[in-house]
Structures are given as C-alpha cells and as structure tokens.
Design a protein around this ligand. Structure first.
Ligand code: FDA
Length: 412
C-alpha cells in the first residue's frame, strides 16, 4: 500500500476530534480523521439521556478540575458557549435550556453528530473508520520523505501513522481519543500511551462524575431506600472554600448517585468522607424547637413534610413514633446536626463502567494552552477529555471538547 500524505491526522472521531478536523479542513488543510469504532460518536449519542447537553450558558474556569487550573482559560475564552450555540442555530437544530444553564437538543443528540459530520464535509475531511492505528512514529526531519504526495502547507511530515489501512504521513497529529469512561463503548488509554511515548507526563486517571459506593454491611439499611431521591447540599474535602453542590441525590442498592453525588465524586479522594446536608437552607433545630410546644405530631410525621416518608422512618428508627412535644431540646439539636451534616465515607466509586468522564490525563503543563501542542514535540496536539481538564456535570465537558478542538485547529 502506498503512503498517503496529509497535513493533519486526527485520531478519535468523537466530539473534540470531529470539531477539530472540521475546523482544520475549513482552514484549507488536508485532514484525515481516524477512529477504531464502527459506530460514530457513541458518547455524543448517549449523552444527556439521548438529547446531548451540548454546552452550558455559564462556563467559567472554576467549573473545571485540573492539576493546572489556569490552563483551560485561554481556549474557553476564545471559543465560548455562544459560539457553539451559533453553530447549532446555523444548522437549525432545535434546543432548550434546562436548569442551571444546561442546553439540550429538543429532539436527539443525533442532531449534533449530523452537524459535526456536515462540518467535516465542508472541510473535505477524509475518513478512516473503522481503522486501527498500530503505531505512531516520529519522522526525523532530515529524513522527511519528499517523494510522497505533498500536503497543502508544504511543511515536512513529522509523524508516521501506521494503520490497518496503510501508512499515513502527517505534519501534525491530533490525539482526540477521549477518556476511559464506558470501556464497553470502546474507550481506551491509547491517547495516554502516546503521550508517554513522546515523554509527556500523565496525571493519574480515575473515574469522575461517577456514583459512590459503600461497604455492603454499612449500606444495607440504606440500600432498601434504592430509587429514592431528594435535594441535598453535598460537600467533600477540607479545601477552603469547601466545594459543595446543591443538587438531587439518589439512593441506590450499592450507594449514592444522582447529580449531587456525580458532581462531588470528581472532587472526592479515596478515604475521604462526604457530607450531606439533607435539609439545605433550613435551620432544623431552631424550627423544630420553635414548633414544639403542644405539638402532638409524631416526629416521623413532622419530618415527612421535609423528606420522603421512607427516609424519615429509616433515619429516625423507633424515634419516628415519638411526639415532637416530648423530645428534649438537646436531642432535637443533635438530630438536626446529623441531618444537616450526615457524614459518611464511601468505599470507592462505581468505576469507569458507570462514570461519565475520566479525571486526570495528559498533564497540561506539558502543553501550550493556546494550541494544545506538546511543548517539547512540535506537531503533536492533545484535545478533549484525554487532557487533564475535567468539567462539571452540565455540558461543561462538551464545551471543553469544542473549545480545545477549535484552539488546536487554529494553531495547526
Ligand atoms: P470522545 O469519547 O467523544 O471520543 C473519543 C473517540 O476516540 C471515540 O470515537 C473513540 O472511538 C475513539 N478512540 C478511542 N481510542 C481509540 C484508538 N485507540 N484508536 C482510534 N480511535 C480511538 N458531557 C457533556 O458535556 N454533556 C453531556 O450531556 C454528557 N453526557 C454524558 C453521558 C455519558 C453516559 C457519558 C459516558 C459521557 C457524557 N458526557 C457528557 C461526557 C462527554 O461525552 C465527553 O466528555 C466527551 O465526549 C469527550 O469528547 P472527546 O472527543 O474527548 O472524546
């Protein structure tokens, strides 16, 4: 098979990869987009419950976790949620806003996939899919092959991409292979291996936006509450200010899930406790004591105004039947303290199979924040989730995929 020559090879045709390939192609570069999957952009397809929470109106650097928190600022400022929304509008995709600035497709996440495909067509991107990449080799500049077809820029080839569909030589190589979440959809650590191959550091990856699980015996009484959800303020860590999220929490057979837990899981460190305020915004001790005099209601009934009955019974046990009027102030205050600060230590996370994203990844201190290029390896770029920038739940991870892809494409 003859060697093919492109300006750019993008490996990984997910959110970041398609966006980058399209933008680079539309700038006039000759681009090949390679993915090993047989089905395109599965993570976009399943995202947002099938409706793709494609961005968030309010994106700030503080919504992202990274060992180098300043890194994401430049790309996020250069390509904003409004920029992506304009693209969505140009393609006539209907969308709506949910709570906390989250923007979703009205119909289906397929709309976003089609939009990115069309954008790639406009950039005359060539596809190799499904296509397995066996190896990446650096080309010593002196040995750059001038006998093969010249690419648009006339710049020398710097990388050789060995695939099961032949050899490709490129000036720039963009790694957009995503994170390790949902291995059943073909997630791999290939991008991290390429980073290490070229001497870049990798921040230890671990599951994030993931349910938390508890020791079986400790959790058994709460496992019975599986399916129950309520709003809580969830915190972890000893950082000041403490990171906290006011969101729904869901009881499961093995532990806790729901948006509040997924958010805090990205900050949680093994061995640390999490704290749940199960009556956020209230002063339960004062309220109960103030309404005590002559109150013949059972405690279980009083708290059932606040919580689902099942939780009240589980929480209070036998005290559920006691009358509020008979409860001592000290006991009420202790109860309120526990309700406002239920502290429990997860035994772990539900792992990559249940995680929405990977935390960690290619160390951003080894990348240029404007172009996503490896500082010590010209022509090698990393974008999207493979990079150590992890967004909150709520459209932030896609916004990072779009913004890092555009920054990279401009710098190619
Ligand atoms: P992405 O995973 O999209 O793409 C990587 C591509 O690389 C894949 O096509 C894969 O096949 C390919 N690949 C991997 N290894 C390869 C190899 N060795 N060779 C060739 N190709 C390879 N985010 C958000 O903002 N809003 C949301 O609503 C959701 N919802 C959501 C739901 C669920 C269930 C999950 C699992 C995740 C989300 N996310 C999300 C997160 C979001 O999907 C994710 O952050 C982005 O898809 C990351 O984009 P990337 O392009 O970096 O990776």
């Amino acid at each position: 098979m003859s060697t093919q020559r492109f300006d750019v090879a993008v490996i990984g045709a997910g959110a970041a990869g398609m966006m980058c390939a399209a933008q680079a192609g539309q700038r006039g570069l000759k681009v090949v987009l390679i993915d090993h999957a047989s089905k395109l952009a599965e993570k976009i397809r399943i995202s947002g419950g099938g409706r793709c929470n494609f961005t968030n109106r309010d994106v700030l650097p503080a919504n992202f976790i990274s060992a180098n928190p300043h890194f994401c600022k430049s790309a996020l400022a250069a390509y904003t949620p409004q920029d992506f929304l304009e693209l969505v509008n140009q393609h006539g995709i209907p969308w709506h806003e949910k709570h906390k600035g989250q923007l979703f497709c009205d119909d289906s996440s397929e709309d976003i996939i089609s939009m990115l495909r069309t954008e790639c067509e406009h950039g005359q991107v060539q596809w190799r899919m499904p296509c397995k990449v066996d190896a990446i080799q650096a080309i010593e500049l002196a040995a750059a092959d001038s006998s093969v077809e010249r690419a648009t820029t006339g710049k020398p080839a710097r990388f050789r991409v060995l695939t099961d569909q032949g050899l490709i030589e490129v000036t720039s190589l963009v790694i957009a292979t995503g994170g390790l979440a949902i291995p059943q959809l073909g997630a791999t650590d290939w991008g991290l291996k390429v980073a290490r191959q070229f001497g870049l550091k990798v921040i230890d990856p671990r599951p994030a936006l993931v349910p938390l699980v508890f020791n079986g015996d400790d959790w058994a009484p709460f496992g019975e509450l599986s399916g129950l959800a309520l709003e809580a303020e969830v915190t972890t860590g000893t950082d000041r200010p403490v990171t906290s999220f006011l969101e729904d929490v869901l009881f499961t057979h093995r532990g806790l899930s729901g948006p509040g837990i997924l958010q805090i899981s990205s900050y949680w460190q093994p061995g640390q406790a999490i704290r749940l305020n199960l009556a956020p915004g209230r002063h339960l001790g004062d309220e109960l004591i103030a309404s005590k005099a002559g109150n013949k209601q059972q405690l279980g009934t009083v708290l059932a105004n606040l919580w689902p009955r099942r939780l009240t019974e589980q929480w209070l046990g036998e005290s559920s039947a006691s009358k509020l009027a008979d409860a001592g102030d000290k006991w009420i205050r202790e109860l309120a303290t526990r309700i406002h600060g239920w502290t429990l230590t997860p035994s772990g996370t539900a792992g990559y199979k249940k995680a929405e994203v990977m935390r960690g990844g290619v160390d951003t201190r080894d990348l240029d924040q404007r172009t996503m290029q490896a500082k010590a390896r010209p022509g090698l770029h990393f974008i999207g989730e493979v990079v150590d920038v992890t967004g909150w739940l709520g459209g932030y991870n896609f916004q990072w995929a779009w913004a890092s892809a555009v920054a990279c494409a401009k710098g190619l």
